[in-house]
Write a protein that binds this ligand. Structure first.
Ligand code: TRP
Length: 326
């Protein structure tokens, strides 16, 4: 069976952009592929962070993923730092990647190449990400468009390692969702929905209550025409609401547009669809949060399954690069 691996950072609450852009696809993928999903806590410490928040975000993200339908009986869900092979292989890959390659990563350049106080780990971040993927010999890596460059680098590193030291890693491929999967900020519909937005008003978090969802959707920016049409250039706000509704229901945006006359109708439908989608997820989240021991048990089992697959790859990589295997 084809193996899939993807990762998500435990940096703040998940929103519906994460859900429709990634989590939903993971939940589907788990039925068709041998799937590994990891909460990348080691990546979260590459930027300024609070230790207490990181710990609680990690557990909360695990519960959210389980509540969203990742089934630990079917897929492997684990915390990156629980599998020490990630940090170990990362070093070998830091010694395979070059300074030039890492310097060219857009994400690094944007987050602060020019800032002397940024963490060295932010620079080597892509080598750790490559380790996450290559350890499992994953063939498919579902990621957002913003991660395409990191995937290209992962492939380059893997090919270089294989060429220099002998066949070790499968060469992975990114699977990038279609652009329609991009959810925009409700208050700024030309910007992507993001957890780092200055105001929470345009972001619907997965754990938002039905009242909060109704309020945010009700205040979503549209335009002065009050005519529902599916047209991202002319009507970004309305189009975003149509796409959110359709992401939640699986319907077709043009059809939905023709069924709704005024913006109020569309906002009501979008609210109802989101509440219907998120309410059962939130109920499962609450159940899980009452049983932290169960969550701990699931994560432990996940890391054991992950280790079983990662260990032989790490051993082969160490051997091929010339380390003495004890
Ligand atoms: N860098 C990814 C992001 O910020 C997260 C990530 C880390 C990842 N390791 C990964 C994604 C491995 C896919 C595969 O979104």
């Amino acid at each position: 069976m084809i193996r899939v691996l993807s990762g998500i950072q435990p940096s703040g609450e998940l929103h519906i952009g994460n859900y429709f852009g990634a989590i939903q696809a993971w939940v589907n993928d788990q039925h068709s592929f041998d799937s590994f999903f990891t909460i990348v806590d080691l990546h979260a410490i590459t930027v300024e962070h609070s230790p207490e928040e990181l710990r609680s975000n990690t557990l909360s993200l695990a519960m959210t993923l389980l509540a969203a339908g990742l089934d630990p009986q079917i897929c492997t869900i684990f915390v990156q730092s629980h599998v020490s092979a990630h940090a170990e292989l990362s070093w070998l890959l830091e010694c395979t990647a070059t300074y030039g390659e890492l310097s060219r990563m857009t994400q690094f350049k944007e987050k602060g190449r020019s800032d002397e106080s940024i963490r060295a780990g932010l620079f080597t971040y892509p080598a750790l990400m490559a380790a996450d993927i290559l350890l499992y010999q994953a063939e498919r890596v579902p990621v957002g468009e913003d991660q395409r460059q990191h995937l290209e680098l992962t492939r380059d590193i893997a090919i270089r390692f294989n060429t220099k030291y002998g066949e070790t890693f499968k060469i992975p491929e990114a699977t990038i969702p279609p652009l329609g999967a991009r959810v925009m900020d409700l208050a700024h519909p030309t910007k992507k929905m993001s957890k780092s937005a200055k105001s929470r008003a345009g972001t619907i978090f997965i754990l938002d209550s039905p009242d909060e969802i109704a309020k945010k959707v009700g205040r979503a920016v549209t335009d002065a025409e009050n005519r529902v049409e599916y047209d991202a250039d002319r009507k970004p706000g309305v189009t975003n609401l149509l796409e959110i509704y359709c992401a939640a229901t699986g319907e077709n945006p043009s059809e939905v547009a023709s069924r709704h006359k005024m913006y109020g109708d569309l906002k009501k439908s979008a609210t109802d669809a989101l509440v219907a989608l998120l309410e059962p997820l939130q109920a499962r989240y609450i159940e899980l949060s009452k049983d932290p021991a169960e969550v701990g048990r699931i994560l432990k089992l996940g890391s054991q399954k992950a280790m079983d697959i990662a260990a032989p790859t790490l051993k082969m990589a160490k051997n091929n690069i010339g380390l003495v295997i004890p």
